[in-house]
Design a binder for this molecule. Structure first.
Ligand SMILES: NC(=O)c1ccc[n+]([C@@H]2O[C@H](COP(=O)([O-])OP(=O)(O)OC[C@H]3O[C@@H](n4cnc5c(N)ncnc54)[C@H](O)[C@@H]3O)[C@@H](O)[C@H]2O)c1
Length: 248
């Protein structure tokens, strides 16, 4: 029970990696707010977790919208009293080659990843500063380090999240708040096309030294570590849980 008595917000937690993180946090004793664009799915997961004896709420929220983020964080604070852990996990892709990428494809991706992470950070940090305790976990990607063909918007946003992580870690260290980032790789709806489409499947698999895609449940313990007391002296780090894709 590494997170007993802690309360967490996990964005984009209705499915994929976020849902696995929410389940892992609950198993470790945390109360969890599942914040997702897909309100019905977020609430269904929260109900399932509550039926198993956990304390969880599902909240519909577009992280790119500051008003919705403010309301989501207020709801989590009202239910749990405070927020100890924020996982900025919500994400989308809008792939296109650079010469064909529309302004809206650029805007949508940067709005969710960059502005969304910023919105959630700004909404939870004042409470953490007051209590002199907090854990922020951002989600970046191998794409932000290596680049990906057809994903200039996503790669730029994920690289930006690394910069955001480092700046926030430096600013917030004096308040006892740690800020780290995880670059995952997992079999989720987001990666379905590159895992199954014969045009991409082998090319992507060849880039993973461990030779397989992880299940989201294999990635979740890394989030638990950063959220736990065990990581109290770890801040400003980017940890890749990607089967070795980005090893140097
Ligand atoms: N799966 C991978 O291999 C992989 C690799 C690198 C990085 N990532 C990152 O991990 C995170 C989770 O990815 P995943 O694979 O689980 O994706 P996913 O598509 O399976 O799940 C993403 C979730 O985010 C939600 N979401 C999308 N836009 C949102 C918004 N504006 N506000 C709130 N919620 C929103 C979706 O409804 C969905 O539930 C993302 O940030 C993604 O970029 C994933």
């Amino acid at each position: 029970m590494q997170l007993r008595g802690r309360s967490a917000i996990v964005t984009g937690a209705a499915q994929g990696i976020g849902a696995a993180v929410a389940r892992a946090f609950v198993r470790e004793g945390a109360c969890v707010a599942i914040a997702d664009l897909d309100q019905a799915r977020a609430q269904a997961l929260a109900s399932a977790l509550c039926n198993d004896g956990a304390e969880a709420i599902g909240i519909g929220c577009d992280v790119a919208r500051r008003d919705q983020v403010a309301a989501m964080v207020a709801a989590a604070n009202e239910r749990f009293g405070h927020v100890d852990i924020l996982v900025n996990n919500a994400g989308i892709t809008r792939p296109a080659m650079l010469h064909k990428m529309s302004e809206s494809q650029w805007d949508e991706v940067t709005a969710v990843h960059l502005k969304g992470s910023f919105n959630c950070l700004q909404a939870v940090v004042p409470g953490m500063m007051e209590r002199h305790r907090g854990r922020i976990i951002n989600v970046t990607s191998a794409a932000g380090v290596l680049g990906t063909i057809g994903q200039l918007n996503y790669s730029a946003a994920k690289a930006g999240i690394v910069g955001m992580t480092l700046s926030a870690a430096r600013e917030l260290a004096r308040y006892g708040i740690t800020v780290n980032a995880i670059a995952p790789g997992a079999a989720t709806p987001m990666t379905e096309t590159i895992r199954t489409d014969p045009r991409f499947r082998d090319r992507y698999l060849d880039r993973i030294p461990l030779g397989r895609w992880a299940e989201p449940e294999e990635i979740a313990p890394v989030f638990v570590f950063f959220a736990s007391d065990a990581a109290g002296y770890v801040t400003g780090q980017v940890l890749a849980a990607d089967g070795g894709m980005t090893m140097r």
